[in-house]
Design a protein around this ligand. Structure first.
Ligand code: NAD
Length: 297
């Protein structure tokens, strides 16, 4: 019987734990604050940012938002980041990506104070993660780890395959899975666009994390019987719906759920966890900055 990994339910628990942390911090005189910065006219980016602001409100984190004109010079964005770096009421800074082409993304990530880099993309924080001493785990792979833990998936000694090698999902996911730490110790293979014979890699995987951005390309026939399948993909496909599209993962849910031991749906799997872990990182930052202990969920 395939177990459906309910990301929304686990995210509710994380958010509730975060709300308790916010209460502890607020009682001690510290209101955690998350600043989002948007330099884009892309409606999808606008939606992501407003969702993050709504999430903050729900758990009692102060949401601060700054819009930077998409045509403004890069320096305007850097100055905005500098200001937020210096604000006492801001504990986390998130610059919504992508930024316009005339802005150097790497410079944006470097500019954020690493102690406020709640996305975990600053080179210092990437280095710490790789060294096994993470300050902030990037939200999506961290959310996947929480799901694996919540469903008691044995990672130690397991063969894991991560499909995708992006800086925000694939690479940090693989780094977490190989670490000598809880929800780690997996023998991890990273597959990507140049991988030959993906099928052979998947056939022996006890855990599959799919993050390639290709709609439903991993089918049940490619999976090992009883595998745990974590579908990070969120892809829009044309569909006969009110909106004219539907969201699907990288995994063909129907066929995969006939073979998998446990599987995340899309939507309702990894997505809600990514959002919850951003709140987690924000309270972690506030707690560490002010030396106030909180019970992180
Ligand atoms: P990306 O485009 O940066 O990376 C995709 C990766 O897939 C690349 O490393 C590429 O080498 C690999 N790839 C491409 N074709 C492949 C193939 N045929 N076989 C194996 N690997 C292949 O994407 P990303 O930012 O890592 O996101 C991946 C997916 O996850 C997207 O659908 C994105 O929308 C989704 N996503 C979801 C969340 C969430 O919260 N659920 C968060 C981030 C990204």
């Amino acid at each position: 019987m395939t177990e459906v990994i309910d990301g929304e339910a686990v995210a509710v628990e994380v958010r509730s734990g975060v709300a308790d942390c916010v209460e502890t911090l607020t009682d001690a005189g510290v209101k955690p604050g998350l600043a989002t910065v948007l330099m884009s006219d892309d409606p999808a980016s606008e939606t992501y940012v407003s969702m993050k602001q709504r999430d903050c409100e729900e758990v009692g984190i102060e949401g601060i938002h700054v819009d930077v004109d998409a045509d403004a010079p890069a320096e305007t964005l850097f100055e905005t980041i500098d200001e937020l770096n210096h604000r006492e009421d801001v504990h986390g800074i998130l610059v919504q990506l992508p930024v316009p082409d005339h802005v150097d993304k790497r410079e944006v990530l470097r500019r954020i104070d690493p102690e406020k880099d709640v996305d975990g993309f600053h080179p210092e924080n990437v280095g710490r993660l790789v060294a096994g001493n993470a300050r902030y785990k990037p939200c999506t792979p961290h959310g996947v780890q929480k799901l694996l833990a919540a469903y008691d998936v044995e990672t130690e000694g397991a063969d894991a395959v991560v499909v995708g090698r992006s800086d925000i999902v694939g690479k940090p996911m693989a780094n977490l899975l190989i670490q000598k730490a809880p929800v780690g110790n997996a023998t991890t293979t990273v597959c990507h666009s140049r991988t030959e014979d993906l099928d052979a890699k998947l056939a022996s995987a006890d855990i599959v994390v799919a993050a390639a951005g290709i709609p439903e390309f991993i089918g049940g026939s490619m999976l090992k019987d009883g595998a745990t399948v974590i579908d990070v993909g969120i892809n829009r496909v044309d569909a006969d719906t009110e909106k004219g599209y539907a969201l699907v993962g990288d995994v063909d849910y129907e066929s995969a759920s006939e073979v998998a031991g446990a599987i995340t749906p899309v939507p309702g799997g990894v997505g809600p966890m990514t959002r919850a872990m951003l709140l987690y990182n924000t309270v972690k930052s506030a707690s560490e900055r002010h030396g106030i202990d909180v019970a992180l969920p």
